[in-house]
Write a protein that binds this ligand. Sequence first.
Ligand code: GDG
Length: 448
Amino acid sequence: MSRLIVVSNRLPLGDNPSGGLVVALEDALRSSGGVWIGFSGEVKDDPDEQLQDHPGAPFQRLSFDLTPQDHHDYYLGYSNSMLWPVCHGRPNLMRILPEYLEGYKRVNARIADMMLPHLREGDRVWVQDYHLFPLAAELRARGVTCPIGLFLHIPFPGPADCAALPNPAEMFEWLSHFDLLGFQAHRDLGAFAESARQLAEVEQLSETCFRLSGREVRADVFPIGIDTASFIEEARDAPDEDRVRLLTGAKMMIGVDRLDYSKGIPQRFRAYQILLEQDPDLVECISFLQIAPPTREAVEAYQDIREETEHLAGRINGQFSTLNWTPIRFIHRPFPRPVLAGLYRQARIGLVTPLADGMNLVAKEYVAAQDPEDPGVLILSRFAGAAEEMTEALIINPHDPHDLAQAMAEAFRMPLEERRRRHAALLKGVIEHDVAWWSAAYLDALGR
Ligand code: GDG
């Protein structure tokens, strides 16, 4: 059996690395004697020039460290100050510096160098995400001929956003060295085809086959899922967190997101403010718990979103709090997964309202966590990749606070029968298309 080599920005470390991606890939990695390669998380002045082995997992794990300069230019810079905003429709938030692009290319070339001694005839390489666009080109330049695939976890930008990069043609040149490009949603496949048509040398051979810079590349849609069975169990067995409800006496609405400007958190707060202004009956009846762990705090745009969010939460709480009730609890810290599962289960409304999102796994986790006899309602942005599949959610436009406020009121008052019907349909999809289905579908296509 051909070995699977997974490469991602971050290597899942720790004795018991959890997370859907690890669970999904573990079987394929273990049964093929495979390897997972990624950044150790260590920033060092003098990193090793060889990959470091981390025993203790059912598959081989090999890591690399980054220098402070590489971490700054490759990770915070080109990846998260240029590609991330562009892929999320926010090119105005880009910070373009020539050293970012140089660092991005330098790190991808270094990863290819370090991988080379570990690759064997017959391997399949599966690259994860936007940090590693040039990796296939770098491996090909070193004589690697095995199948190399990419899965992009975030949206693919349309032509206007792509054109805001300093090097759109180069980006397509990088991508042309992969055999298979995997996207989250049909919207992304469409954006890829259109952007390539306008900005690169491309011929579309069929719906999913392109000749890009003279090479044949397949591109298709593989919506990622969660480890549904284990999440259902985790939520069912969650410690009784009912104290949350007793404390406030109100029905809970929950949002769980990294504090990222793509997630639409301020828009959510404004909609809630409108709801409370227009529907004063809901004061003290509904309360909003927003968990938003910090992320990429060294990047200025993330400092700005934190300030905006805290300011809004403070203002709304000042306006509406009563002696017995606080409308918004905003928590800027992570919680353990089993606690999240229990909180989802008791929340009457799950709010997933990104302005742009590859998929959004919280939408699927919220559905999996519900009690099917008395389920909550998912409010989902039309701009999450998940909206293509999860059509029984209340689909909203996150830019329109009136639309979102109306959906909150509708969800709050939705009769049990309708909640059950919508939830059953959503749960069926989340069970059928779980993360194991996703990796099997992708690897099957890469093997063809
Ligand atoms: C990227 C794409 C795509 C959040 N807070 C805590 C916590 N989380 C977990 C959630 C969920 C995960 O993190 C977030 O996944 P999302 O899919 O919502 O978003 P991104 O992090 O932006 O992920 C996205 C995804 O890749 C997969 O392809 O869906 O579109 O942007 O699982 O539960 N987990 C714990 N504590 C927290 O406080 N333990």
